[in-house]
Design a protein around this ligand. Structure first.
Ligand SMILES: Nc1nc2c(ncn2[C@@H]2O[C@H](COP(=O)(O)OP(=O)(O)OP(=O)(O)O)[C@@H](O)[C@H]2O)c(=O)[nH]1
Ligand SMILES: [Mg+2]
Length: 653
């Protein structure tokens, strides 16, 4: 079994497919045995979508011309037997380019015109506005056509300085960062703001998303990239070139965009590319090796890493070696070492996280489905007791029993009003939580922040404005947590009462722990703070730039709050579904008991028959419970399966 990134990724994919299949089986089985209540259904749906939508994003970030695009070609696309992403001297990739797969969309390249920068919507919203993107259909079986289409990401426009400033590419305050002005006084800017490539490449189909980025100033110009895409990537490859060493602008990118916090350092891989430029026929292999090591040590020192964290490779020779099946050259390119680190580090971590998350969901699912079995078991036990008590009794006693059951049934129907009252208090409190976590609250917070940032002379107060927004957001989350705890204790109290009165076995599920979301807020704040401190003061003073940043924040917030809200909803569903299930079972139970009495009244043998029936039903329930345990643990313990042999011609060695 090889260890190339592609093969490892395949294993991850087959594990996910196996999981989806087993989940489907479990769902069918639950349905057949009438164990699919609303909460269980919701859990299944979530597990399924969690697995299906699991994406792994690998981002390539570096100054221009370090070989990002070439490295993408070498690692992922060598199977096309040619260069697919444009890679050439000078600035090539002009706009951030995302490669992924969405089965709902035909294979295509979509390009968002740069002019959209003049409007305030964040990139996330433009993604939905498909008609605003220029679309080029792609033929995945024709590598030449693909490569030709991808050339588009290198397109530029020439505009006046004012236009460039409006688009965010010209800053009077920091002239050293500005692009060159040509003889006619025009400035070169990217023609596109963002490119999305959708192709059914085997890796992309399994959820890999690759992000190629342009160099230093272009990264800074798109807040979405800095505060959203790069921090959220599961792995970021930072690329240096062996022929230039660590330059000032390399260091600026490293500090501003990659070394932003200690905890994400292990998802960063630093690549020292172009080692072939040090291959030199006049030096011995040992001398060349020593030179590469020296470069490695120096780079590590400057970046504050250990030497082992830097991977020397030659992307170009690696690509050539794969295209020509040249094993010796491939080894010399040292590309396989980088691929191994990438696959073990990123995928290993990703799979572990996913496994832990789904395992927790499955345990809950098992508890919820198991509860329904428990209710049925208890009902049977009660019936058994009741019937055994009737043994040897005369007709009058049996008749009396019947009227007692009917009375119980009538009393129970009256209790509906009480249960309704419990529900309405629950719903009222829940509405408060929904409000705290709802879109209106986020919207008004963002509006307030925007207003604060527009105050004249805000420059130095920018950080403070952000800080107080985050303070309020955290307070809101805290309040939602407190209210949820109140709901929990109210439910616990009323459930206990109902249990005592009707012999139910309701158990109020624990309220969700919103601390995780608070940590997400902290992370968000940190990534923004980072952005606010890195010499963006001049940019921040521009209202349209500040607006863009706030909107980028808004889209991230939405994700955090939607996920918190989802947990609250699920929790609520689980409580409500329990009550529903017990009520339903109880009503059925009355029916069954009355039916049994009727049979006993009609035939003397009815009683023993019914007792035997109940015994065998109890056995069926035991089997059901055992099967449920088996099916759920089966889901948790899926082994890492080897990759299936896939005849796909695009697979690389
Ligand atoms: N000698 C050598 N050249 C390389 C290597 N990798 C990339 N190059 C060359 O370096 C130049 C830049 O490579 P790209 O892949 O376009 O670099 P990039 O980082 O994507 O640059 P931008 O798209 O401009 O941001 C191209 O001419 C590549 O052929 C390598 O390993 N060795
Ligand atoms: Mg490039």
């Amino acid at each position: 079994m090889g260890n190339s990134f592609n093969e490892q990724f395949d294993q991850h994919g087959s594990w996910r497919r196996e999981f989806a299949l087993r989940l489907k089986l479990l769902s069918g089985w639950l349905k057949d045995h009438d164990l699919l209540d609303a909460a269980v259904k919701e859990r299944l749906r979530r597990l399924e979508s969690q697995m299906r939508s699991d994406k792994v994003m690998v981002a390539f970030v570096a100054e221009f011309s370090r070989g990002k695009s070439e490295l993408i070609n070498a690692i992922f696309f060598a199977g096309y037997k040619r260069r697919i992403m444009p890679a050439s001297a000078g600035r090539t990739t002009m706009c951030p380019t995302e490669l992924g797969y969405d089965s709902e969309v035909p294979p295509c390249l979509r390009l968002l015109p740069i002019e959209t920068r003049l409007q305030s919507q964040p990139l996330m919203e433009w993604r939905m506005a498909t008609e605003k993107w220029e679309r080029l259909d792609l033929d995945v079986n024709d590598p030449a056509q693909l490569a030709q289409a991808f050339e588009k990401v290198a397109e530029v426009l020439h505009v006046s300085k004012d236009e460039a400033a409006a688009l965010g590419f010209w800053h009077e305050e920091t002239p050293e960062d500005n692009p060159m002005v040509n003889a006619e006084g025009l400035v070169e800017v990217p023609r596109w703001r963002h490119a999305l490539i959708n192709i059914a490449h085997p890796l992309l189909k399994q959820g890999l998303v690759i992000l190629d980025t342009p160099g230093l100033n272009a990264i800074g110009a798109e807040p979405e990239l800095t505060v959203n895409l790069i921090p959220q990537a599961h792995a970021v490859l930072f690329i240096l070139a062996a022929d230039t060493g660590v330059t000032k602008s390399d260091l600026a990118i490293w500090r501003e965009h990659l070394a932003t916090s200690a905890e994400n350092v292990d998802s960063r891989l630093v690549v020292l590319n172009k080692i072939d430029t040090l291959w030199d026929s006049l030096s011995s292999p040992v001398q060349v090796q020593a030179q590469i090591e020296r470069q490695r040590v120096i780079s590590a020192e400057i970046l504050g890493l250990s030497k082992e964290q830097i991977f020397p490779v030659s992307a170009q020779k690696g690509l050539v070696a794969k295209v020509n099946d040249d094993a010796q050259l491939l080894e010399a390119s040292r590309l396989p070492e980088l691929e191994l680190a990438l696959s073990q580090g990123v995928l290993g971590r990703r799979q572990k996280i996913l496994r832990t998350a789904v395992a927790a969901g499955i345990v809950e699912l098992r508890t919820e489905a198991g509860r329904a079995i428990g209710v049925r078991r208890r009902d049977l036990a009660e019936q058994m007791l009741e019937l055994k008590g009737l043994r040897g009794k005369n007709i009058a006693v049996i008749k009396h029993m019947r009227s007692r059951i009917e009375q119980e049934q009538a009393d129970f129907d009256v209790s509906g009003a009480r249960i309704h009252a419990v529900r309405s208090v629950h719903v009222k409190l829940l509405r408060d939580v929904f409000h705290l976590l709802g879109t209106n609250t986020q919207r008004s917070e963002m509006a307030e922040l925007t207003t604060a940032l527009r105050q004249p002379g805000i420059k130095l107060g920018v950080r403070k404005a952000y800080a107080s927004t985050f303070e309020r957001l955290r307070a809101g989350l805290g309040k939602a947590q407190t209210t949820s705890a109140e709901i929990h204790s109210m439910l616990t109290g009323t459930f206990r009462q109902l249990n005592a009165e009707y012999g139910f076995s309701l158990q109020a599920p624990r309220e969700p722990d919103l601390a995780r979301h608070e940590r997400d807020l902290d992370l968000l704040e940190r990534s923004h703070n980072q952005y606010l401190s890195v010499g963006n003061i001049f940019r921040l003073a521009r209202p349209e730039f500040a607006d863009r940043l706030v909107r980028a924040l808004g889209t991230r917030l939405r994700v955090v709050y939607e996920s918190a809200l989802g947990e609250v909803e699920l929790w609520n569903k689980s409580a409500a579904a329990q009550l529903d299930a017990q009520l339903r079972e109880r009503r059925r139970n009355f029916g069954r008991r009355l039916e049994a009495i009727e049979r006993i009244q009609q035939a003397a043998s009815g009683l023993d028959e019914r007792i035997n029936e109940i015994s065998s039903q109890e056995m069926v329930l035991d089997q059901l419970d055992a099967k449920l345990t088996e099916l759920t643990s089966h889901l948790i313990n899926i082994p890492d399966s080897p990759a299936p042999t896939d005849p796909d011609p695009l697979r690389t060695a």
